[in-house]
Write a protein that binds this ligand. Sequence first.
Ligand SMILES: Cc1cc2nc3c(=O)[nH]c(=O)nc-3n(C[C@H](O)[C@H](O)[C@H](O)COP(=O)(O)OP(=O)(O)OC[C@H]3O[C@@H](n4cnc5c(N)ncnc54)[C@H](O)[C@@H]3O)c2cc1C
Ligand code: SF4
Length: 504
Amino acid sequence: MANPRYDIVIVGSGAGGGTIAHALGSTDASVLIVERGDFIPQEPQNWDPEAVWKDLRYRTTERWVDAGGREFRPYTHYCVGGNTKFWGSVMYRLRREDFGAVKHSDGVSPAWPIDYETLSPYYDRAERLYEVHGESGIDPTEPPREPFPYPKIPHSEQISRMVDELCAQGLHPSPLPLGLRSPGEPGGCILCDTCNSFPCQQHDKSEAEVCCVRPTLTRPNVTLWTHAQALRLRTDAGGRRVTAVEIERNGEVEVVETPLVIVACGAVNSAALLLRSANDKQPDGLSNSSGLVGRRYMAHLATMMQGFNPFWKNRTVFQKTVAINDFYLSGPNGRYPLGHIQSQGRTHGVMARTVATWMPLWAYNAWVARGSDWLAMSEDLPRADNRVTLETDGRIRLAYRPNNIRAHDQLVEETTRMLNRLGFSLVMPHSHQTQNTTHQCGTLCFGTDPRESVLDPYCRSHDIDNLFVVDASFFPSSAAVNPGLTIAAQALRVADHIKETDLA
Ligand SMILES: Cc1cc2nc3c(=O)[nH]c(=O)nc-3n(C[C@H](O)[C@H](O)[C@H](O)COP(=O)(O)OP(=O)(O)OC[C@H]3O[C@@H](n4cnc5c(N)ncnc54)[C@H](O)[C@@H]3O)c2cc1C
Ligand code: SF4
């Protein structure tokens, strides 16, 4: 029997894959989306902190190894929609400065091959697609932009009071840009306390399954295979074109032929797929003439910070509405950037207990009821030896040593000071450190020079004409805001380019 053939094969259905599937599904091309996971069922466990945080019900059971060969269970999810199913839906544009070279205390964050103005119209489109709510003109670091397509999510009474106090501290708090569907309206998002890190039981979170994959599947030319893991890409004899994708599906290996492959497995898995696809012509992995496949992995330095006040009761349900970017471009006493601060979704006792298991749950519940939750996030710089490789048995090895630590420590200090002034006398920081793979990026960076990058500025492989990569791998620097909107915007830009070139 002949192998199946599609005009386009997209591997992965998350922020990058789901968005580009939506954009290319509107053409006449036959599109196959290959997703190794399944749909997340809508079930009571979606919003159950015990199921999500104690049983890790939706997290992959796969194990990766670190630089020292120790196994760990990465914080990542294989399902339709990818990690967007679990995201906090904070949908930021990079700051204009992030597109240029930026000096940090620990080195230079390299320039992107495109500027903010190039991506700006695609940010507009991505914000409409993902129904982003916000208010422009308040954040001092905001790049030039049109008004948000949807109004900001109002702060709770307690957060409003904190915002006033933060302004009195001389800071410039701004509304967090959030992708939510019909918040507060009948039948829409109920602004609950189980959003960030939980799937939405009502499908009201703006994520790739709901905003992109489901709508595009209504078209007759788009097909989705779930439980379908791409194992390898095959090339022609010259090694310049991909000819087919080998896919493990229902225990069988199937070969799908195609003239155009778009890889979007997430930064770690996309690099692993190219490395696994090594052949006689490209023994170090596909598209690896630069030697950079898998290198320059970045992940953000992120510290969860809970301010505690024994005389205060947290009555806010939906808490994730405010951001502070006063230290984004420079710290209070120095010239180097420190990063970004945002309020977080409510911590539940079960979640706190995963950090230290010795205290009884009631004690954690009492603690988190008097706590206010924040996140301090700093830029991670690209280093060649922070990288993805494969073990001889095929497992993923992720060697990662965080850098820019001084800047992050300073940001944590500033956040602590800020929370102390808000009346939280005790501030508890917590970080997943080297095993935080949630904001993974940078393993297949884009650029103009094939010796210094894996992809061109349209995310086309420098080495292989009909291969694109549209997930977080293409980031040459990580910036210090959440990556999702930028992944989606670039996927829309790449889709336009494909329509004008390969599909024309
Ligand atoms: C708890 C949590 C909260 C977050 N909050 C935010 C937030 O508020 N804002 C934000 O911008 N970002 C947030 N992020 C990060 C964001 O989710 C990711 O940056 C984004 O999803 C990455 O998009 P991607 O396309 O690179 O990969 P993913 O979205 O991870 O998609 C990759 C897809 O490829 C599939 N896949 C992998 N390998 C294969 C294979 N070999 N064959 C077939 N399929 C494969 C996976 O199953 C997955 O569906 C959060 C992440 C987590 C985990
Ligand atoms: S109802 Fe709204 S706040 Fe709750 S999980 Fe869904 S999208 Fe998030």
